[in-house]
Design a protein around this ligand. Structure first.
Ligand code: ATP
Ligand code: MG
Length: 754
């Protein structure tokens, strides 16, 4: 075992080794992208368990995503053997503190079965409260209120303080909603995401003996992505490290991209103030990127004024130039991305999972998905509407939550008439009134239905519901989460109902429920330590965009840049480089700098090859708007194409014919002057073969007529709806089954008559 650890230490550079071996006292590693920060944390855990003879449960490791935590855990097990991490507290702030709170929830007036409300649940609740206050939601927008409440919580501002500082109607009402919102969470025995971070602080302040217990227990604390911690996270970490002071934080100020969520870069700057004896490590060698990619990324970030001095170099190869391409619109941009993927798979032996496509906003994924689908390229989107946000999944989760926490009225309202059991709006109103009159919770009123003057049919429906819940509750006490879910599906006959419905939508829901069941099973297999419903729900509630990543799937990854933090891919596309999209808001200097950091994060995810693209027009709100090339593009090579080290950027501009917005063909790319031979040959191969089939097109122009069935390379089969113009200008309108109506220039459309 020790030999293994020795080899492991040998695989680190001097500074990394120092960071791993300095186990005592505070350590801060501030270093650029890809310099091995995460690797250092991982090795440090293994090193401490082994060399310091420390029990895993005395280590607290805080990562930015659950996925990162799982990877770290399995890496440590690879080094030290299976089971070696048993008891290790590793996970996000949210998951670690959700777990800690379970053990002491009673001290805060909650039970250990409290429900975790995700952002949607919170928003619904806020909306409801605004309505109850008799305010229109266009006067007090739930989204904005939610943002303000969340911000306040993270800065440890109470509703009372917010109210004192309120100077106008909107802020006064926001404070009132904030107050009621907290009250309702308490009543429902529920915590929102922000509570998971701030309640521990309250717990520790009010119960110093509990704090002392954890201070004693956690001999070593490690935090990855420290630049994105917020005030609450900073405080709680400082509290816990208070006794042993063995706290190691790693981060990169140039990658701080969550200030909109309350992240505070001052946490890095303040570390040395809090821990004057801190050891500072600098990692200066990047192991991830080619020289070209690193050079481009460094050039971009050097435009930011506010940043710590850092050096970052790489011994990796120079690699290929960055390819920049422009497109007429977002569909064309997406097609070019898809084409480049196809091309690279042939020319460079890359496979789908080597590629990642990044965008600034979730809405941009649509066009990209279409193009990948048309090209038969398997992909996976992270974020957007996540699995757990789908209606049928939320319904099931509401059942599971309610089984554990019968105070959770939001969940109760979701399931009381799902599947339909004849408890309509009027009956529900009546029950709510009874509950208020008698001072019961809604569920208590339901349980006592026989005592009130209600229709027999309703009473019997409510009784059935109560029995269902009580049965499941009993099962949950003795069985695994998987068994509870299976039993729930059986008893409610949900799968059967959907199967009988047999519409496309019902079938999709059926599949999703089956998948949920699989999730539950996998969870129980994986978490033999605690396969309870409670643990399963916690993991489901805290699942993030990145967690669905399926390491085995050979698929292209699509995600926002925010979700891409910490990851790496051989080939990366950064799309939508347009003013007011990326950077999204360039007017405010601080925001512009954050957008630039985001761009830096995107660029430094790439190992071998980087593509950057923009469109000259883009659809927004159902309308096409002209778009302007982003200022960030000029920052890539500081304005010059050739620098000392060679060519950095390879710009591919629109060909004349392509400038017309009607062209959905795949005509050849043209390039800015003097591109290298390698770049040229890369482009020529597939484009040329398409060109040939275009001229020898089997769809003879004269032969094309309305009503004909045609086949298009990308859009599939379709029917000709109209033919306009003549000769080279002939345009045809085709309705494609998969892609809808398209207007194509016949000359370029490369159609086959079928
Ligand atoms: P980011 O800032 O993006 O989070 P990071 O600093 O956490 O990056 P890692 O992800 O830990 O960097 O490392 C980047 C890549 O370099 C990984 O593939 C890692 O395995 C590799 N790497 C790190 N250190 C070394 C080393 N000493 N020798 C070889 N490879 C290394
Ligand atoms: Mg990292």
């Amino acid at each position: 075992l020790l030999a293994k650890l020795e080899t492991l230490l040998k695989s680190l550079n001097t500074e990394q080794k120092k960071a791993v071996e300095t186990t005592k006292g505070p350590v801060m590693i501030i270093a650029g992208a890809g310099s091995g920060k995460t690797r250092v944390i991982t090795f440090r855990i293994a090193y401490i368990i082994n060399k310091e003879n420390c029990a895993p449960n005395q280590i607290l490791a805080l990562t930015f995503t659950n996925k990162a935590a799982n990877e770290m855990r399995s890496r440590v097990e690879e080094i030290l053997g299976t089971g070696s991490t048993r008891g290790l507290w590793i996970g996000t702030f949210h998951s670690n503190f959700a777990r800690l709170l379970r053990q002491h929830a009673d001290r805060l007036g909650f039970t250990s079965d409290y429900t975790i409300y995700d952002a949607d649940d919170s928003k619904n609740l806020i909306k409801q409260i605004i309505t109850e206050l008799g305010i229109a939601t266009d006067v007090l927008a739930p989204n904005a209120v939610q943002g303000k409440i969340s911000m306040a919580k993270n800065r440890l501002v109470t509703p009372e303080q917010m109210s004192q500082n309120a100077s106008d109607f909107i802020s006064e009402k926001t404070a009132e909603v904030f107050y009621k919102y907290n009250e309702r969470l308490q009543k429902n025995n529920a915590l929102d995401f922000d509570d998971l971070l701030i309640k521990p602080i309250k717990l520790f302040n009010e119960h110093p003996e509990i704090l002392a217990h954890y201070q004693e227990r956690f001999q070593y604390i490690m935090i990855d992505e420290y630049q994105d911690t917020n005030r609450a996270q900073y405080i709680v970490a400082k509290m816990l490290a208070g006794q042993h002071r063995n706290i190691c934080v790693v981060g990169d100020d140039a990658q701080s991209i969550y200030s909109w969520r309350g992240a505070d870069i001052a946490n890095i700057l303040g570390f040395q103030n809090d821990y004057k004896e801190a050891t500072i490590c600098r990692l200066e060698e990047n192991y991830r990127c080619t020289k070209t990619i690193l050079k481009v990324a460094n050039t971009v970030i050097s435009n930011n004024k506010e940043q710590l001095e850092k050096t970052l170099y790489t011994s990796n190869e120079t690699g290929e130039p960055v390819t920049l391409f422009e497109a007429t619109d977002e569909r064309r941009e997406a097609e070019k991305v898809a084409m480049a993927i196809r091309e690279r798979k042939l020319s460079s032996g890359n496979q789908n999972s080597d590629f990642a496509i990044f965008y600034r906003t979730n809405a941009q994924s649509r066009a990209l998905e279409d193009a990948l689908r048309f090209n038969g390229i398997a992909y996976r989107v992270f974020g957007g509407v996540s699995f757990y946000k789908r209606k049928e999944i939320k319904d099931i989760v509401a059942y599971l939550r309610f089984i554990l926490n019968s105070r959770d009225e939001e969940s109760l309202l979701r399931i009381i008439n799902f599947p339909a059991r004849g408890v309509g709006e009027t009956s529900l109103k009546r029950l709510k009134d009874i509950a208020i009159e008698e001072g019961f919770s809604l569920y208590e009123a339901i349980c006592r239905a026989t005592h009130y003057d209600l229709q027999n049919r309703l009473i019997s429906a409510l009784n059935d519901f109560r029995m269902l819940i009580e049965d499941l509750r009993e099962i949950a006490q003795q069985h695994t989460a998987y068994e509870v879910v299976a039993e729930l599906l059986r008893k409610t006959r949900l799968l059967e109902i959907l199967k009988n419905e047999n519409t496309a939508e019902a079938n999709a829901r059926y599949d999703n429920l089956q998948e949920f069941l699989n999730f539950a099973r996998q969870f129980c297999d994986k978490s033999a330590e605690d396969p309870s419903l409670n643990a399963f729900l916690q993991s489901a509630s805290l699942a993030t965009d990145q967690d669905n990543a399926d390491a085995n799937g050979n698929q292209v990854t699509l995600m926002t840049i925010h979700a891409a933090k910490g990851l790496e891919f051989p080939v990366v596309f950064v799309t939508g480089l347009e003013e007011r999209l990326f950077p999204l808001n360039p007017d405010e200097p601080r925001e512009l700098e954050e957008e630039r950091r985001l761009f830096y994060v995107a660029l430094t995810r790439a190992e071998k090859k980087l593509y950057v693209s923009f469109a000259k027009s883009r659809y927004k709100f159902g309308q096409s708007f002209p778009a302007k090339r982003s200022r960030f593009i000029e920052e890539l090579d500081g304005g010059s194409v050739v620098t000392e080290g060679g060519k950095l950027l390879d710009e591919i501009r629109l060909q004349d014919a392509e400038k017309s917005r009607y062209h959905y063909d795949d005509s050849e790319y043209t390039s800015r002057s003097n591109f290298s031979d390698r770049a040229q040959s890369r482009r020529v191969a597939p484009a040329a073969s398409r060109q040939t089939s275009l001229t020898s097109s089997s769809a003879k122009k004269s032969a094309i007529a309305v009503g004909m069935k045609v086949q298009h390379k990308i859009f599939g089969t379709g029917k000709v709806m109209a033919v306009q113009g003549s000769g080279d200008d002939t345009k045809i309108k085709v309705f494609f089954r998969g892609a809808g109506e398209k207007t194509l220039v016949l000359k370029y459309a490369n159609l086959t008559v079928v």
